[in-house]
Ligand binder design. Structure first.
Ligand SMILES: [Zn+2]
Length: 342
């Protein structure tokens, strides 16, 4: 799982792009980023009763459980904010992805290997099962134009057929959101597929290749129907690179770099200051916030953030959930979001 943080997102590729047609045609969402809709921000709070879906309202700046039940204390297993995170034998661990006026939630069970993708209205009502995948765990998922692009890591089985560990075997599918049909793609099953977004009408994903004990990142492009699969950039230094506004950003030993996909030119963005910690991983969000995990002696120290638009490290201390409007939403110890302007 590349979901290092409990984050999902809405990713509009052409942020700030006035060409509506272009924006509509390349809008997509990825399951690993913060979940930001036009009205506010969805996130999961892990409480005593289990996961609950919260909604930070961008108008009122209130962060409350997504529950319309009268007189609910939101601390019981009939609370709607809890019930929406439960489906059959599976649980929603990351907030649902807002896409074209609906929410899409991923539900998983690591014991049974069941995975569901469900759609619902933005208030959480009218949940419908769209896709079911069995015998694995979803490693990466992206929604683009009525299709879900999914990488499923399968489980090993013991001699009795019981599910064991994850098998490092990856199956990639396109799921049709209109009829639930799954089509498996003919991709290398030994390498993970991390969906990065859409660029120039191509579905872009990162994978790894091993050659003579060397592990390298490879950026691939896939046609929308999954039939054409090509190497786009070979020999990338790290899997922690990600796509943002037509460039691949990466973190190369505290130097943040960008590589323009059109010109293939590389440029320095800025330095990240990590107080002597080594950099472990970078995951981004839809608005160009690069997230870097600092690790020392194999222990987590802190996260730092680089604002790729401002080309600088964010000075706010704390656990930033996402960029929002002209500031950031910071998560407190209870898991609630507070707006902070830098
Ligand atoms: Zn409630």
């Amino acid at each position: 799982m590349r979901k290092i943080l409990c984050v999902l997102c809405l990713l509009l590729v052409c942020c700030g792009c006035s060409n509506k047609e272009k924006k509509d045609s390349e809008a997509y969402v990825i399951d690993a980023f913060p979940s930001v809709s036009e009205q506010g921000v969805y996130h999961i709070v892990k409480g005593k009763i289990g996961n609950q879906l919260y909604f930070y309202d961008g108008e009122t700046n209130q962060d409350v459980p997504l529950c319309a039940k009268p007189n609910c204390d939101h601390n019981n297993n009939q609370c709607e904010a809890y019930l929406i995170t439960q489906y059959k034998d599976t649980v929603m661990n990351y907030p649902p992805m807002p896409y074209e006026g609906k929410l899409y939630g991923v539900y998983m069970n690591m014991q049974t290997g069941n995975n569901y993708l469900c759609s619902m209205e933005e208030d959480g009502s009218d949940r419908k099962e769209i896709l079911k995948l069995t015998d694995g765990a979803i490693a990466s998922l992206m929604i683009y134009k009525n299709k879900a692009y999914i990488c499923l890591e399968t489980f090993e089985h013991d001699e009795n057929g019981r599910i064991g560990r994850l098998a490092e075997n990856y199956l990639t599918y396109i799921g049709d959101l209109t009829n639930g049909k799954l089509t498996q793609l003919d991709l290398d099953e030994d390498s993970i597929v991390n969906f990065e977004g859409v660029w120039d009408k191509q579905v872009m994903y990162m994978t790894i290749k091993e050659e003579n004990d060397n592990v390298k990142g490879v950026l691939m492009s896939l046609s929308e129907d999954g039939k054409e699969n090509k190497v786009f950039l070979d020999n990338m230094s790290t899997l922690n690179a990600f796509l943002y506004k037509g460039s691949i950003y990466s973190n190369d030993n505290q130097q943040i770099k960008k590589l323009d996909l059109k010109t293939k030119e590389e440029a320095d963005v800025c330095q990240a200051h990590t107080d002597g910690c080594t950099l472990d991983s970078g995951v981004n969000d839809p608005f160009g916030l690069m997230r870097i995990t600092c690790v020392k002696d194999n222990k987590f120290v802190k996260e730092i953030y680089v604002d790729l638009e401002k080309k600088q490290q964010v000075s706010i201390e704390g656990n930033i959930y996402t960029k929002y409007k002209d500031g950031y939403l910071v998560m407190d110890e209870q898991g609630l979001l507070k707006f902070i302007k830098e």
